[in-house]
Design a protein around this ligand. Sequence first.
Ligand code: NAD
Length: 496
Amino acid sequence: MSIPFTNIKQLFIDGTWVSPSVGFEAIVNPATEEIIGEAPVGGKVEVDAAIAAARHAFDTGPWPRMSMDARIAVIRKFKAAIVSRSEEIKALLTAEVGAVYMLMQSAQFQGALDAIDYAIELAQRIAPEPSPIELKPNPFDPAGGDIFAGGVIIREPYGVVAGITPYNYPFFLNVVKSVPALLTGNTVVLKPSQFTPFSALLLGQIIEESGLPKGTFNIINGGPEVGTLLTSDPRVDLVTFTGSDKVGAAILTQSAPTLKRVYLELGGKSALIVRPDADLMKAAGTAAFSFTLHAGQGCALLTRYIVHNSIRAQFVEIVKQIVSTLKMGNPADPSVIVGPLIREAARQKTESYVEKALAGGARLVVGGKRPAEHKRGYFFEPTLFDDVDNRSAIAQEEVFGPIGVVIGYDTDEEAIALANDSRFGLSGAVMSTDRAAAYRMALRLRTGGVSINGGTGDLFVKAPFGGYKHSGIGREFGPAWLNEFMLDKSITYPLG
Ligand code: NAD
């Protein structure tokens, strides 16, 4: 059966479909290793053309100068065109990303629609802000009467935005990078991960239907070389990137000579602190769910379990039991809970961390190898380690595979110190029936978000999301989301 959108053979530049100068790359379904399509790959020629188109559309085109209402009307059409293709997009996400049914329905797909709605809501609130009227003596002309003046602060689009996305939530992040930038009047060049190009290229068909002026939104596919060209080109004003901290640091360097604004949403190694008074079933369930979700391929997943020594043995046992009930397999089967890793290289990297953990003295509780029953597909068994040293590689580095580590502690102070002893700071969690104690801990965690006893779960896209330390610079979502794509301008004038 052919997978929707995998027959797209061109890149979307300046409102037209363009054949790639570099060639084509086979894209495989990570659950079956079957080739689902040959994706077009661009290079210098396409980067140059896409930036030129976005620059021209920004400098001379109608989009930045249209009213907010007019732009919102186009983005509503964009959303309607996505909704009309819901089933095809979901089928692609299953095959291209290997996302299991529950995840594909929620964060991967519905999350994108929720993000569009929220961005529109925020765009409707953007208005010039009057500054207070000033009435005061003129220091340069004391006899000349008072200064009587006012002003207004307006927000203007930033310019040409380069959006660069990873493979793990590709459709969601392609929408999240593009829609707020577009709503605020910027023009965009989007570069998806080379592993998941169709989740971006399909947006070209949607743009055509939505009535975005040509050149406003361009989509090119390619690997690090294309990303490097995009982030070092002087015609690009702003880079919004989601991916690893290593590439994030490279992007800062690449974009420094041309002084771009750069937003980075990076990786994590987030801690779940389980206090001795925690609901143990809930804590163990959260842990088991977290390191196996999307086979561990999530930035904000809780993968480090800092568990009070009095309950650690029980916690480990319950997590082990839960994990052994999770069905692994092809996400095309909606009852599957654990899907594959994106590629063989990701599986080898996960294996290498198992070796490092064992060499470092950690105790393997469950998993640790390729599942014997899945000969095809890049599957890896959910793997839990206990007796882990927080300074070891398995506790400090982002594996991006289904591995969780348990670290024991005796005092609250020790738990906080262990949680904060990480170069990352994306998310975190505390489980305790003493909610005040949990809240006190939350205040001391150096992370962009903390959930207590599972959080409320309903702030997705409405709460600011982003990292401390190596987990990023800037925030996505939340009330200030759209400000990141605008420049403040003060206009002052005399009143009389
Ligand atoms: P990656 O950093 O390897 O690649 C991300 C993107 O950057 C890809 O499109 C890639 O082609 C591009 N790229 C690579 N080198 C580049 C360069 N020198 N210049 C410009 N672009 C370059 O990440 P990945 O493996 O695709 O995704 C996993 C990573 O993403 C994990 O670290 C994960 O934590 C992170 N992530 C973070 C968030 C978040 O919101 N904080 C969300 C999802 C994923």
